[in-house]
Design a protein around this ligand. Structure first.
Ligand SMILES: Nc1ncnc2c1ncn2[C@@H]1O[C@H](COP(=O)(O)OP(=O)(O)OP(=O)(O)O)[C@@H](O)[C@H]1O
Length: 292
């Protein structure tokens, strides 16, 4: 069932907003006479429920383990009659992308709720929590600064961060009704999502998987660079390829920019392997999402 991915700076109020959302959804479920709705439950997954400590962010290894724990908890809960609220920093774009793929593979919708508390307010809250030695939270200052620095803000233009709901600090609550409509449907009809190429991925068995990822994505980059060279000054363009159309943005794309997206794609698909026959189309899809 649907995935609601919460994202925000450290101490921005992610749990505060998640609790509001969970309460609102529970009331809706309780009040519904539709059997498809009343059998739903809401699963709120966060550091507390997973027994994780904020110190995991001090080291790359412990942070990676914590992310893997969150990932498996979300994946497990998604398969049931459950609305999953993944309340975490979820600050890495690639991590949000992977969770989006998990939801999509189950043909269930997902959205991102960005807790848009400004940095200075987060810092004030964090300082207050630290001073009060609160059990509620508070990050060591260096960890807090580092997480702010690394935060990759959700972008509603990309498939995996959309629909995107932003909650300003002064708002009374998140737009619960809009989120409910997007995830469950205004008529209470369970929403389903069509799988796409990026989500129909199966673990690769080919031993040359990495080689293929590298080679195919480089070929696509060469096509783009050649097109840009042959069409100087032409803003944007659509390059029909055998397995998808590359949509180039109005401004020319530099090679380092393309290489960055390519590296991201390769590292994402090392974990979430795309079959050899779909590498080309998946990479085109990924480029189109990232070159806007
Ligand atoms: N919009 C808000 N209005 C009032 N209080 C808020 C708001 N946002 C956060 N708070 C308060 O700030 C404190 C920290 O909030 P919360 O624990 O939800 O942050 P968090 O982002 O989940 O933290 P963490 O990054 O540690 O998971 C809590 O005491 C919460 O009640």
């Amino acid at each position: 069932m649907p995935l609601i991915l919460i994202s925000g700076y450290p101490s921005s109020g992610k749990t505060y907003r998640s609790n509001q959302l969970v309460e609102s959804f529970k009331s809706k479920i309780q009040a519904s006479s539709d059997a498809r709705i009343s059998r739903l439950t809401v699963c709120h997954i966060n550091h507390q429920s997973l027994g994780l400590d904020r110190h995991v962010y001090r080291e790359a290894r412990t942070e990676k383990d914590a992310r893997a724990t969150e990932y498996s908890a979300v994946k497990r809960a998604l398969g049931k009659d459950t609305i999953v609220v993944a309340d975490g920093l979820n600050y890495i774009k690639g991590f949000r992308y992977q969770l989006y793929c998990e939801a999509k593979a189950l043909q269930t919708p997902s959205c991102v709720v960005h807790v848009g508390t400004p940095v200075d307010t987060c810092r004030e809250i964090n300082t207050r929590l630290l001073e009060n030695d609160s059990k509620e939270g508070g990050y060591a200052v260096d960890i807090f600064d580092n997480l702010i620095y690394r935060y990759e803000e959700p972008n509603g233009m990309t498939r995996w961060d959309s629909p995107l709901f932003t909650v300003p600090y002064d708002d009374e609550g998140p737009p619960c009704q809009d989120i409910w409509d997007a995830m469950i449907g205004s008529e209470g009809k369970a929403k389903t999502v069509k799988p796409n190429l990026a989500t129909m991925m199966k673990p690769a068995t080919e031993s040359d998987h990495l080689y293929e990822l590298d080679k195919t994505s480089q070929e696509i980059l060469n096509v783009i660079m050649k097109w840009q060279k042959d069409h100087p000054g032409e803003g944007g363009g659509e390059l029909p390829e055998a397995e998808g159309t590359i949509e180039l943005p109005a401004n020319p794309v530099s090679l380092p920019q393309l290489q960055r997206v390519r590296r991201q794609f390769i590292s994402l698909n090392r974990l979430h392997s795309v079959p050899k026959t779909r590498i080309r189309s998946s990479f085109i899809e990924y480029l189109n999402d990232n070159l806007i």
